[in-house]
Design a protein. Sequence first.
Length: 227
Amino acid sequence: MKLCWILLLVLPLIWGQSTDEKDEQTEYFYETIKETLEKLKIVENKNDSLKKRITELEEQLKKLGSGSGSAAPQRASCPLNVGINTVCNATLSPKGCYCVIYKNSKWTEAENLCLQKGARLVSIETAEENAAIKKLYSTQENFERNGGAGTRLWTSGSDFKENNRWFWTTTGQPITGFTDWWPGEPSPQYVGEDYLDLWISSDKSGWNDSPNDPGEFGWDVFPLCEL
């Protein structure tokens, strides 16, 4: 009987202690879950922003035509900074963005003028690119330049390292495949004509080898840049 009375006295104490511990555990779990939930909400908000941004970018890709696996779209504009006394006409082609800087220059100056625009002196490596450039700049205004002889555009082509071994200085590639030389060009017999310009006139167009400063002969030659 004593044992029964002892149990009756002790059990409530044990039950009370278990209840207190249970309350403490409940409060702990409550705070932990509450804290975790707040963190999850933050992550969820970030993810929502991320998802929204991804959706926006996907829509932009679809509009540009790349979302369906098509070829890279043409650029809509050329990010060029126009300098003093420099008129830069930005145009597009299948390869990319070209810009003629209508400022008479030596070949050794042309690359720096392009670099100032965030571009490089052009390397014309395919027949398609060559045809696109000719089409872009075959305008009446250009035909009338140089006293009606047409427009001459500097490229990165040169044979200054070794006579009649032409290469593109911006890529380092030899000019051994496609070419578009004018009849009788290049003319290695003339010393110093080590720089390739594209000559566009009303009746014909093609490549020509010129000295570093064609201005000595009264010619204006302009840098043709590409991005």
